[in-house]
Structures are given as C-alpha cells and as structure tokens.
Design a protein around this ligand. Structure first.
Ligand SMILES: [Zn+2]
Length: 715
C-alpha cells in the first residue's frame, strides 16, 4: 500500500514534470525584443535601416544563416551541436570540473541551444538558471530544427557596443551582408559574442585576434577550409570603427513600418542611379538658390515604386533636406492639365482638336494669363495642352465643370484636395490646388495603363499621350543638353511665383515624376518645370532599361466621325469634313458653329487675337459672321478691382472692343452717358465709380454691343 502510494507519487511527479517540460517555453521566445527598421530592395539588398527603440542595432530575425558563419560558430561554441538534444552532458561535466579546479566560473559548458534560451530570458548567470536553461533547451530542440535554433542565436547574440545579431554586426563591422562574409570575417563574428566588448578595447583586440586565428585553425583541421584559406584569413585585419549602414531611399525608409523588415518594390540599381542623377542636378541648381529636389519612378505594369527620392542629398546636413518633398503637398502649376483634357474628351465636352478660346477673360476677378502673356485667339485643345496654355484650359474647365473635375481628381487618388470645389474655383487647373509628387506619379502611372483610374476611355487617353508626346514647347528647355532623348508623354508645371517646378513623363513602361524647388517655399526666377525638372526627368528616363515601345492607337472603343478640320467640332452642314477617331461620347458633342456660310469665321474677340498668328485667316470674310463686334475686355459679369498708383491716384481700366471692319467707327456709352469715340483701334480708358455698370458701343450701321461689370475701387 505504502509502496504503491510511493509509486503513484512518483508517477504524478513524473507527469507533472512532463507537463512542466511540455509547457515550459513561451509561445514567442523573444517577445520583448524590439528591432531595427530594416528596408530591403526588391532584389533583397539592404536599402537602409533605423536603430531600434532601445538604441540597439538589432535587425528583425532572419531564418537564413550563411554556411561560413554557421560552421565557424558550431566549431567555436558547440562542436556537437548537430548531435546533442539541447544539452551536452560531457561538456557540462567538463565545465563543472574546470570551475571547481579554478574555484570560479571559467567555462560555461552551455550549448548554442541553451544560449538561445539565456538570450531570450536575460536572467543572472548562476547554476540554478543554467539548470533551467538546460531544461528549456531540450524542449526548444523539440520545437525547432537545428537551423532555426542557429538562426535564433545569430539574430540575438551580442556583438559589442549596441550591435546585436549577426546581420547588424556584419554591416556595422564589415559593411556587407552576412552572406558575403569571408572566412576570416565569419570567424571573427563567431568569436565575438563570447566576449563582445573585446572588439572595442585595444587589449581585448589582441585576445580576439588570437581566438579568431585558433578558430580558423580548427576549421582547417576539421576540413572546412584549405590551408591557403587558413593562412590568408589569418592575415585579415580585425574590423575598425563601426561603419555607417547603407542609406538609399532614406525618406522611403522613414515611411516604412518601424521595427519591422520590409521587402520593398524599389529596384536597387534604379534607386542608386536615380539618386546620383538627383544629387548631381540638385548640386547644379543649388547655385541658383534651388536647394531641394525629389523624384519617383514607377513601373506602370505593376504600379510599383522602382525609385523614391524624397529629397536630394539627404546625407548632407542642410536645412530642408530631411523634408520628404515627394509626399508633401505642393502647388500643382499645370501638372493637372492632362487630366482635364482627358476627362473632357471622355465625356464628350470636346473632341480632340476642338478650338478653345484664348482671349482676355475676367471671371469674378480671376483673369488668367498664358505663361508668355500672349493671347492666341483660338487654339485646338490638344495644342493648348501640349503648349500648356492657361487661358484655353480655364475656358475648358469652366465648360467641363469645376466640381466634376474636382471629383475626378479625387478618384484618381489625389488626397490633398481637402477643400470644396468652390474654394479652388477655376484656378484648380492653374495650380490653385496642392498635390503630392507620389500621388501625382501614381495617378499618371494608372493613366498610362488605364487601370485603377477614372480615365477609362482608351481613345481619350491615347489623344492625351499624343498631345503630351509633342516636344515643341514654349518653355526654355535646352534640348542640346539632351541628345538622343527617348520619347515620353510628358508635362511640366510651374507654380505661381516660381516656387515649384514639376515634370512628369510617361512611357508605356514607366512613369517618372520630378519636383524641384525649396522645401521652405522660396521662389526663384529659374524655377520652371521645363528648365529645372524636365531635364532631370529625361535623364532618368534615359537610364531605365526600355524596349522603346510607344502607346498604341486603340483598335476598339472609339467611333469614326466627320469632324470639321478647322474648328475641331463635329462637322456641320456647311463645314469641310474629315474622318477622325473620337471617344464614343463625342458623338453627342456640339456641331461646328464657325462655318455659318461655308467659310471659317471666328467671333470678333477671338479673331482679333487669332489673326496675327494666322496670316492664312483672310480678312475678306468680313460680313460672314453674324456677330459684328464683341467686347474683348472685360467679359460679361467681370469684377474689376481698380489698383491705386504710386502717386495715390486710382488707375483706370482700358476697355477693348474688336470689330470685323478694320475701319469702323465706334461710339461709347457708360451707363447711357456718352464717353467718346474710337477708330481703327477700339480702346477706351475709363475709371468708373464703385458699383455695377453697363458699357455700350454702337457702330455706324447701328449695331450695338454691351457688357455689364462691377467696379471695386480701393478704400
Ligand atoms: Zn466647321
């Protein structure tokens, strides 16, 4: 009975011990450890890293242990590692004997498995803890493979100073990944965790060198390395001061999840060469007071980021360089114009070459000007886009609708349009809104392939590519600097006050977006999209691998229609006509109204500005138009804010009228009061009082034209 009871107790104790053993390991061994932020390229190369929250260089665990380090470590720490069950009784007995003989702890006798447990628990080193470690180590052997246990050790072993883990040590001491370590370097790192401080102390370094060379000899004796390798390895110097880690795409790295390893889509070679281009170009522009530059390269097929330069020269300590411009909202200049052209095409607001007005206009105080301050009278929409004319685009936005355009930009992924459409008004198309370079790049890239974009009409997109492929620009791009450039559908943007220079280029394969300016927002005279950002965009394009294909004309989706070649509208009854592929919605667009009697005649205000640039536009057409004369300035409903001169007097406004007959005489009336007559050149300077007015002109035949406007005089 007693004996049986003893047996039961023993059995129960055994079962309890078994249960204790089974459940002695936490679910995650290193659950308290915090790690460095590590970001790798698509190829697996290290782009950059950030120190862990506890100030340690401790890379997130990695299951790969390179052969050389594994062989050196096992040879140095635990020769029977592959054969014991987590504890090695022989070495424990030997260590105990050593310690008794020396009356202090000189030998650990710990296996690599026991050391993994010790590293994860961080308890004091004494015999009781060692027994616990041994107990848990046998359990760990059941859970993990030998490879995995080696990897856990390599990821968490101390390597001196604030360097933890093989990967951080390999970069900090030798400037390369663990897979590229020499035998001498692998042996150094295998020895180091045993006395991690030794690498930084001159006395310790001698010992370290001796230990390393002893280990190398053992590796030779074991047959891991040849005698030549052994001798060459012994000649290798110990590492010096810790090296800086690679620092590519540093702003991108800062955006990656902290404390995690991220495998990005960034291409290491593309990133490196784009950074080189940006730094060199930025150095040139810095002399003109343009300090900052950002660039992004996207692969259109996948939408993936191939290169991300948040700012130039992040390695330099200059104010602003830490600002990631690529994700900062900046004024858009003309960079959104292609989206308006495509949107207007795909909903039938215009056809590809519809004439848009390019005449002075004043819309509730908003009086847009072209970059060159000219007015061209009337310009085909595609040409207005490729020449980046402001005035026709404002007319187009008014016709398309501000709210609709605002909505389509948001659905294209621009998150920075935080205000209501009314807040931006018509300036939305001229840089009145802000956008982020990364989002603009993504919107263009989606546009290029027609996926994940509100611009679904292939014909509309194709005409946009064609317009943007024209290289004949009014801007000052020096093409001699860019011999043999690849063709791209590209757009520049220059914000008000020369504060932001943009250039975005698309090919079927890539989208490249470049921004130049000052993070602080200072404007500079040379800061235009074509001059500061365009050449950088083309230089980047030229270094990308490419098959050189161009966008294909869509074979389906559009409609062939009779279009008036002079106005770009659907051909009317009296128009010349030619067949043109147009988006399907264009079939419902307006017919041409510029051929009233079979002859091409523009309304007077458009004609006034159009004629000097179009000598072929015959003046013999007088009388053809039903409109005899037209106010050029101001527009109906304009709000005129009269400026005060330096002398303190209030300046007047020059009112203008265009008349079909070059020798017509006009009589002017302000609010029914006669104010004067004009001949040949119909301009009249007036200075009306604050309030609403009507200005009327009458010609000799009794034709009249009038305009209503509001004047605001300074207080
Ligand atoms: Zn026509």
């Amino acid at each position: 009975m007693k004996l049986r009871g003893g047996k039961t107790v023993l059995l129960a104790a055994g079962a309890a011990l078994l249960l204790l053993w089974l459940f002695c390991l936490p679910r995650r061994l290193f659950r308290d450890a915090c790690y460095s932020t590590v970001v790798e390229s698509a190829e697996g190369d290290l782009l950059g890293a950030r120190i862990a929250a506890d100030g340690q260089w401790r890379f997130p665990p990695c299951d790969m242990v390179p052969e050389r380090f594994a062989a050196a470590l096992v040879q140095f720490e635990d020769r029977h590692f592959y054969h014991h069950p987590g504890v090695n009784p022989v070495s424990i007995v030997r260590a105990a004997a050593d310690n008794i003989r020396n009356r202090r702890v000189v030998s650990g006798g710990s296996t690599i498995t026991m050391q993994v447990i010790r590293l994860s628990r961080r308890k004091p080193r004494n015999l009781i803890q060692k027994a616990v470690e041994a107990f848990m180590a046998t359990r760990l052997e059941l859970r993990f493979s030998k490879r995995k246990i080696l990897a856990l050790y390599a990821s968490h072993a101390p390597f001196g100073g604030n360097v933890v883990g093989l990967e951080a040590a390999s970069w900090r001491y030798f400037g390369r990944p663990p897979s590229e370590l020499s035998w001498g370097e692998a042996a150094t790192l295998a020895v180091l965790p045993n006395a991690p401080a030794s690498v930084h102390m001159s006395r310790g370094r001698e010992e370290l060198l001796e230990k390393r060379n002893r280990l190398l000899r053992r590796l030779m004796e074991h047959g891991d390395i040849t005698e030549e390798t052994y001798e060459a390895s012994c000649e290798e110097p110990l590492p010096g001061a810790p090296m800086p880690l690679p620092s590519l795409a540093s702003h991108f790295v800062s955006r990656c999840p902290a404390g995690k390893r991220t495998r990005s889509t960034i291409s290491f070679p593309v990133q490196r060469s784009v950074e080189a281009v940006v730094d060199r170009r930025s150095d040139d522009l810095a002399r003109e007071g343009i300090a900052d530059m950002a660039a992004i390269v996207l692969d259109n097929a996948s939408g993936e980021v191939l290169a991300y330069v948040g700012n130039s020269s992040a390695y330099r300590t200059r104010p602003g360089s830490q600002v990631d411009i690529a994700s900062s909202p900046r004024s858009t200049g003309s960079i959104l114009k292609p989206f308006l052209y495509a949107a207007s095409l795909q909903d039938g607001t215009i056809l590809p070459r519809t004439l848009l007005p390019d005449i002075p206009v004043n819309l509730s105080g908003f009086a847009p000007q072209n970059f060159d301050r000219n007015f061209y009278g009337a310009v085909p929409a595609d040409e207005a886009l490729s020449r980046s004319l402001n005035v026709p685009m404002v007319f187009l936005l008014r016709q398309y609708g501000i709210a609709k355009f605002h909505a389509i930009l948001k659905s294209a992924g621009l998150t920075t349009l935080t205000e209501a459409p009314d807040h931006y008004g018509l300036s939305l198309i001229l840089g009145g809104a802000e956008a982020r370079l990364d989002e603009v790049a993504a919107a263009y890239s989606a546009f290029a392939v027609g996926r994940d974009t509100p611009f679904t009409d292939a014909v509309a997109r194709w005409y946009t590519f064609e317009a943007l492929g024209e290289v004949n620009r009014p801007d000052q791009l020096d093409w001699r600097l860019l011999s043999s450039v690849r063709k791209a559908a590209w757009k520049t943007g220059t914000s008000y006050g020369f504060r932001d220079a943009w250039a975005v280029g698309m090919t079927p394969e890539y989208t490249i977006a470049v921004w130049a300016g000052n993070a602080g927002g200072q404007g500079m005279p040379g800061l235009t999209g074509a001059r500061a950002a365009g050449p950088v965009m083309f230089e980047i394009l030229n270094l990308l691998p490419s098959s050189g294909v161009w966008f294909e004309e869509p074979s389906e989706g559009g409609k062939w229609a009779d279009v008036c070649p002079e106005s770009g509208y659907l051909a009317g009854a009296d128009c010349p006509r030619e067949q043109m592929l147009i988006p399907e919605a264009g079939l419902d667009s307006d017919p041409c109204r510029y051929h009233p009697k079979g002859e091409f005649v523009l309304p007077p205000a458009m004609e006034w500005y159009y004629r000097p640039f179009h000598p072929e536009y015959a003046s013999a057409k007088k009388g053809a138009s039903e409109i005899r004369m037209q106010f050029i300035y101001p527009q109906e409903g304009a709000v005129l804010k009269l400026p005060r001169q330096l002398s303190g007097e209030v300046e007047g406004v020059v009112f203008r009228v265009a008349h079909h007959d070059s020798d017509a005489v006009l009589w002017w009336h302000l609010d029914n009061e006669y104010v004067g007559e004009t001949r040949f050149r119909h301009e009249m300077r007036l200075s009306p009082v604050t309030g609403e007015h009507v200005l009327t002109v009458v010609d000799a035949d009794g034709n009249t034209s009038f305009v209503r406007f509001t004047v605001v005089r300074p207080d």
